[in-house]
Design a protein around this ligand. Structure first.
Ligand code: SAM
Length: 370
């Protein structure tokens, strides 16, 4: 396991800024916002509709994918997922929402927070089970991304990998309920460093074929034919490559400890081998987070060109607000919710961000809009 990060001013400054911003926003929601928008109710898609849950590699459950281990709603090593979903800790959060309060600092800036003007009587009804769940089978990572709190992740998980017995117990529950649209095998580690992940994907898809199973990777473990073949032998539906840059310099500003050429090498090997096999799955997505250092038109054009050359199915430019000091202001100020390029008539309805702009790129298209 990687050693904890050395004291890094920018890292701690960003975390401080983020916590202050979230707390101030929460204060505003509880005060001024109520006066400006009387009658609005707060609602959370995750804790009522099961839109997101995350099983950490030490078995603890949290409701939000951007939490490094601060919220503990129960542990799958000790209870079933369903018991936790209906348990006291989830209920406490729900009670706060019913009282029109945000229970956690994180809630104020969370994607799952909705403000409802005309609440229906069934607004706070609880879904039978999850719609989407992340399973972090390993906390281990080969990178040290600028805002990924590896020190907290590693301290919190204690280096523990989810035991096979716990993973299968969790998958069996998902298979029994059949309410999940998605199961995502990743959290804060690099999922492809856990060699068991291939058999987990196969086990789940064989028993619950309708569920969409996805993995997000930094791509480096796939710069290796053995792993590419192991992955292509599974029925995995979607793979997301996190590669935010088109030059090694831009890439490593966020993906510290990463290797741009190897990440691209992973994507290249997978697309080539999938083509050779005449296989359609997994859908291959290049996810590119916009930062202030990688958002020039020139970089975006070069990335689109590269993605097309490689033969990925989708290139997804995604704005982020973390780290605050890395924000791509031109995208934030335009209220840009991201751009999704779909190449060569890909027909998958992948669109994780409803408000993102979707551009279909046909094989003949020469001038691709930005
Ligand atoms: C923490 S990563 C771990 C999984 C895997 N190691 C990877 O790199 O994709 C999980 C997801 O979070 C995304 N992510 C990382 N930093 C982010 C940020 N600052 N804002 C939004 N998403 C981010 C990654 O791109 C990835 O899709």
């Amino acid at each position: 396991m990687k050693k904890s990060r050395q004291l890094d001013f920018s890292y701690h400054f960003n975390i401080f800024l983020r916590n202050v911003a979230k707390e101030l926003l929460r204060l505003f929601y509880h005060t001024g916002y109520r006066i400006l928008r009387p009658g609005k109710r707060f609602y959370c898609e995750n804790i009522f509709a099961g839109k997101n849950g995350l099983v950490f590699s030490n078995g603890e459950i949290t409701c939000v994918c951007a939490d490094h281990g601060l919220i503990n709603l129960g542990n799958v090593n000790q209870a079933s997922l369903e018991e936790i979903w209906r348990g006291e800790e989830f209920q406490k959060l729900r009670n706060a929402f019913k009282a029109n309060r945000l229970p956690l600092r994180h809630c104020s800036a969370c994607f799952a927070l909705k403000k409802i003007y005309k609440p229906t009587p069934d607004l706070y009804q609880i879904a039978p089970f999850f719609w989407n769940i992340h399973i972090e089978t390993t906390p281990v990572c080969n990178l040290d991304c600028a805002i990924c709190r590896r020190d907290e992740v590693e301290k919190h998980r204690g280096g523990t990998q989810l035991s096979k017995a716990t993973v299968y117990k969790t998958l069996d529950e998902i298979i029994k309920h059949k309410t999940n649209k998605f199961v995502l095998f990743f959290g804060f580690g690099e999922p492809l460093l856990d060699r068991n992940v291939y058999e987990y994907v196969t086990y789940l898809k064989e028993r619950f074929p309708e569920v969409i199973v996805s993995i997000s990777t930094n791509g480096i473990p796939l710069d290796n034919d053995q792993n590419v073949n192991a992955l292509l032998n599974t029925p995995l539906d979607v793979i997301v490559f996190s590669v935010d840059g088109i030059t090694p310099e831009a890439y490593v500003r966020y993906r510290r400890g990463g290797d741009f050429n190897r990440a691209l090498g992973g994507m290249t090997r997978l697309t080539q081998e999938r083509r050779k096999r005449g296989q359609k799955h997994p859908l291959i997505i290049w996810q590119y987070l916009y930062f202030r250092w990688n958002d020039s038109d020139e970089a975006i054009r070069a990335t689109i060109k590269k993605a097309r050359e490689l033969g990925v199915d989708i290139l997804h430019f995604l704005p982020t607000r973390t780290p605050i000091t890395g924000i791509s202001w031109k995208n934030q100020l335009r209220r840009n919710h991201g751009v999704i390029y779909k190449f060569g008539g890909v027909d998958h309805d992948y669109n994780p961000h409803d408000r993102a702009r979707v551009i279909h790129v046909s094989n003949e298209m020469e001038d691709i809009p930005l």
